[in-house]
Design a binder for this molecule. Structure first.
Ligand SMILES: [Zn+2]
Length: 283
């Protein structure tokens, strides 16, 4: 027989939560050194993600990439892989747990298991001032997935080909010289740059609101490994009303790749240079 509602239900709900993963226990990296390296870094490559489309870029290890919002009214969906091994890619779930639901200066973006490496670190975020608003919303989320034609079909019964999932797939296929069918399985949950999102306080449903970004806002990352990135300029534009359609004005985003004037030395730690022995206790 199922348990009845307990008489001490309020007490059970009132238990104080504890943070699952203490950020203070993560291996330390020298953020000031990474920020100093960005200050005198030189732009060595620049790509533009056109509206409702995506662009690929490569970042050597120890370089930076900066995503710039020239207009301000635009959000982007970002995928990242280890350039040397596409099986190692950005892992939104563990980044969310290790860092937060929205990332900003000082946060690392982590790769999937069995790697679980910091792929990159946010070294500058011009939207760091936004913080967390009264709705629980914030920017640069790692909780959403990416707008996609499959969900759109379920919700609207229509085919739309310029969702971020499709934009990322087309751009990756073109960059790698493979079919969209071969490229699609590599596309994964994204970093929603500039997007302002959260969960509704009453029903915990995923919400979006117009990005607070202004013209010239940017977010900059230090690459710990050689990276392949793809950025989609979301068909949702500022994501203040709709997405997965042609209704909202949409603008380009830019990615700059920057080389530091001299190599950036960051602290290393065996927890970063080594990894779990493997085996999972079997045999
Ligand atoms: Zn999108």
């Amino acid at each position: 027989m199922a348990n009845a509602i307990p008489s001490d239900a309020d007490e059970r709900r009132g238990v104080v939560p504890v943070v699952c993963y203490e950020t203070s226990r993560l291996p330390t990296l020298d953020l000031p050194a990474m920020q100093a390296g960005l200050a005198d870094a030189t732009v060595v490559d620049r790509v533009v993600a056109p509206p409702r489309d995506a662009a690929c870029f490569r970042v050597p290890a120890g370089h930076y990439f900066r995503i710039v919002n020239p207009n301000g009214h635009q959000v982007g969906d970002l995928n990242l892989w280890s350039a040397d091994n596409l099986e190692e890619r950005f892992y939104s779930g563990k980044t969310r747990q290790l860092q937060a639901s929205h990332i900003t200066t000082g946060d690392h973006v982590w790769s999937n298991m069995p790697h679980l490496n910091p792929l990159a670190t946010v070294v500058h975020d011009s939207l760091a001032w936004y913080g967390i608003d009264e709705y629980g919303g914030s920017v640069h989320d790692v909780i959403g997935t990416r707008c996609d034609p499959y969900t759109n079909y379920r919700l609207r019964g229509e085919d739309y080909h310029y969702c971020c999932h499709s934009n990322l797939t087309r751009a990756l296929a073109s960059h790698l010289g493979v079919s969209v069918e071969d490229a699609e399985p590599h596309v994964h949950d994204v970093i929603n740059v500039f997007m302002c999102t959260g969960f509704t306080l009453d029903t915990h449903q995923y919400f979006m609101k117009a990005t607070p970004a202004r013209a010239g806002d940017s977010i900059s990352f230090f690459a710990h490994k050689a990276l392949l990135g793809v950025l989609s300029a979301c068909p949702g534009g500022n994501c203040g009303s709709s997405h997965s359609d042609d209704a909202t004005p949409c603008f380009p985003l830019e990615v700059e790749v920057l080389e530091p004037a001299s190599p950036v030395a960051i602290a290393t730690d065996t927890r970063l240079t080594g990894r779990y022995v493997g085996g999972h206790g079997a045999g």
